[in-house]
Design a protein around this ligand. Structure first.
Ligand code: SAH
Ligand code: SF4
Length: 359
């Protein structure tokens, strides 16, 4: 059975061509699936009856199973989705006055082991399918509906949930194609942000095949510290990463990169770190987004005190770099950055290895 949520529009047109159906039928079906959240072919009343009865024999509409929804005191919502036996991922909606942002997961766990990240702690199971990635937007959209003017409540999507999006490249690109398609979610390229820990070759490919807004998780101003905090830096060190950022800005839909920087008390939050950051990023058109560290059990890190965060932000801003500090939202339901845990059947034996190392 072919799950139709695994297709973007060109993919569905192709599938329909094999069934002897015209491309406009694919556009109709994509609209039913993603604009109206249909989960049953019987709802698709403008399809020819023959097609409506043929489709269930060859295809299905199978979103990930919704297990629970939590709502935080500050309006943040989190959905837990089942993606196969004992594997669960999370999706978070963050309402703000001028936008509504959905934070989407792309993998079950993450293979990259950044030291301060709860997802990285848990190990890695597998990539999410297209249906599982777009299924998060599909569910959230159904749950949230439209505002009184008829506009969608979700105006922005950030691929900043569990996983490294650029290590699940093909599925992420297909899901993003649905996010942008006017027949599906119709979001602007500048309102869909891929966040990466810095997979340099994949940043170049993304720029070529699906240029959307890009956030790069920097977290350290020099290779020695970044090698420790974000181990993928050993493969793609800062010099290469900065060059890739410059290439991305040249052709990307926005004229800047967002650098994310988690604020870890006494580790990367001193004035000399800000100074090094300014030197490092001098050639890159960028903005900074400081994220106060969100703790989780046994992380070994503390959040920088708020005056240290303020001083750090002022330091960058005094040099003319636009800097924002992310407000912590949804932490009463463990929905803040880096707290998404879901459930991961680790295939890397990471937890076992860690226990052996500390034994
Ligand atoms: N793998 C991608 C996207 C998911 S992580 C990436 O690393 O960019 C989304 C963001 O949350 C990243 O900037 C990540 O570094 C940050 N993050 C991870 N753990 C965190 C924590 N405990 N507190 C604050 N931010 C964290
Ligand atoms: Fe993976 Fe991003 Fe967490 Fe690093 S910060 S372990 S890349 S999810």
């Amino acid at each position: 059975m072919q799950n139709l949520l695994d297709f973007d529009l060109p993919g569905l047109e192709n599938f329909f061509a094999q069934l002897g159906e015209k491309p406009f039928r694919a556009r109709q079906v994509i609209r039913w699936l993603h604009q109206y959240g249909a989960d049953d072919f019987a709802q698709m009343t403008d399809l020819a009856k023959t097609l409506r009865s043929k489709l269930p024999e060859v295809a299905e509409i199978r979103p990930p199973q919704l297990l629970s929804e939590q709502v935080s005191d500050d309006g943040v919502r989190k959905w837990l989705l089942e993606v196969g036996p004992e594997n669960r991922v999370e999706t978070v909606f963050i309402p703000e006055s001028d936008r509504g942002t959905l934070c989407v997961s792309t993998q079950v766990g993450c293979a990259l082991e950044c030291r301060f990240c709860s997802t990285g702690r848990q190990g890695f199971n597998r990539n999410l399918s297209v249906a599982e990635i777009i299924g998060q937007l599909w569910w959230a959209n159904r749950a949230l509906g439209r505002d009184p003017k008829g506009d969608r409540i979700i105006s922005n999507v950030v691929l900043m949930g569990m996983g490294e999006p650029l290590l699940n490249f093909e599925n992420v690109v297909t899901a993003v194609s649905l996010m942008l398609d006017d027949h599906a979610y119709g979001l602007s390229r500048r309102r869909v942000t891929v966040s990466t820990s810095g997979i340099v070759p994949a940043m170049d490919r993304l720029r070529e095949v699906m240029p959307v807004a890009l956030a790069v998780s920097l977290h350290a101003p020099n290779d020695a510290l970044r090698d420790e905090l974000v181990p993928i830096n050993r493969k793609y060190p800062l010099k290469e990463l900065m060059a890739a950022c410059q290439r991305y800005v040249q052709d990307g839909p926005r004229d800047f990169i967002t650098f994310e920087y988690v604020m870890l008390d006494g580790v990367n939050d001193r004035p000399e770190h800000a100074e090094q950051l300014l030197a490092l990023t001098r050639e890159v058109s960028c903005k900074f987004n400081l994220i106060p560290f969100n703790p989780f059990p046994d992380s070994g890190f503390r959040r920088s005190p708020s005056d240290a965060v303020r001083r750090f932000a002022n330091h960058l801003m005094a040099a003319g770099v636009i800097t924002t500090t992310r407000r912590t939202r949804g932490d009463d339901i463990d929905a803040a950055c880096g707290q998404l845990a879901g459930q991961v059947q680790d295939k890397t034996r990471r937890v076992v290895r860690r226990m052996e190392a500390t034994a």
